[in-house]
Design a protein around this ligand. Structure first.
Ligand SMILES: NC(=O)c1ccc[n+]([C@@H]2O[C@H](COP(=O)([O-])OP(=O)(O)OC[C@H]3O[C@@H](n4cnc5c(N)ncnc54)[C@H](O)[C@@H]3O)[C@@H](O)[C@H]2O)c1
Length: 257
């Protein structure tokens, strides 16, 4: 019960990693605010027990985020944990073919959305002089090869924003960290999994990482909850890969027996 008497916001809570995180926070005693753009899925994602609130919100819209934070404050009066997890992918286009609308759309959700929430929740946490923020970045923000140009740049931005905001907010007792998941089976990666299963190549999924398998949303949620909790009380400004060892290796073809 690490999160008893704590209020936590999770964005992108309808599905995948966000949903698993909301469930784990609720299991460990938090009052959880589930935020997502998908209203229907949000209703289905509600934990069975505990105190929670669902808010439909597009994280790329700053006014919507401001209003979401105001609703949370009206109901709970404090915010202890913020998990900036909502994200979208983009078709992998060569850099010479990218449309500027795609830059706007993906950065709007994956990067600006994180910035909007940190701005408005950060003000609350500064007044409280406490709080923990965990952003969901990606291994794609560390190395190329795990997402297209725009997605990878958006996630590299999240890692950097984690460092700069940790420096801004540290003196107020606020910690800011990130997780960098590798391949995890969720709504976002469903097309990859469907394709591989269809072709009888499921065993290839995740096979290039050191643990030779893909990850489960609950495994990323566990890392997010660790960073959000007092167990990580002296950790801030860090981006933790949760990737089965993928980023630990250059994984050069032909170098492994
Ligand atoms: N699945 C993976 O392999 C993987 C790997 C690395 C990083 N990630 C990151 O993990 C996070 C969670 O993704 P997931 O894999 O669970 O995918 P998912 O598609 O299952 O969940 C993403 C959620 O974000 C919501 N969302 C999308 N746009 C939104 C917006 N504008 N406002 C509010 N909510 C919005 C979606 O409705 C969905 O519920 C994302 O940031 C993603 O980039 C995923």
């Amino acid at each position: 019960m690490r999160f008893k008497n704590k209020t936590a916001i999770v964005s992108g809570a309808s599905s995948g990693i966000g949903r698993a995180t909301a469930m784990r926070l609720a299991e460990e005693g938090a009052s959880v605010v589930l935020v997502d753009i998908n209203a229907e899925a949000l209703t289905d994602a509600m934990p069975d027990s505990g105190d929670h609130l669902t808010i439909v919100c597009d994280v790329s819209d700053e006014q919507a985020v401001e209003s979401c934070v105001a609703q949370v404050m009206e109901k709970y009066g404090r915010i202890d944990i913020l998990c900036n997890n909502a994200g979208i992918v983009c078709t992998h286009m060569p850099i010479t073919e990218i449309d500027s609308n795609d830059w706007q759309r993906v950065l709007g959700v994956n990067l600006f959305g994180v910035g909007h929430f940190i701005k408005h929740v950060g003000r609350v946490m500064m007044a409280q002089e406490s709080g923990s923020i965990v952003n969901t970045a990606s291994v794609a923000g560390i190395r190329s090869g795990a997402g297209g140009n725009i997605y990878s740049a958006s996630k590299a931005g999240v890692i950097n924003l984690t460092q700069t905001t940790a420096c801004d907010l540290g003196e107020y007792g606020i910690r800011v960290n990130a997780v960098c998941p590798g391949l995890v089976e969720t709504g976002m990666t469903k097309p990859i999994f469907d394709y591989a299963r269809d072709k009888g190549k499921e065993s290839k999924l995740g096979s290039r990482c050191e643990l030779r398998r893909y990850g489960r949303p609950e495994e990323v949620a566990a890392a997010i909850c660790f960073l959000a909790s007092n167990d990580a009380s002296y950790i801030t400004g860090q981006a933790l890969p949760v990737d089965g060892g993928n980023t630990a290796s250059l994984n050069l073809p032909g170098m492994k027996v």
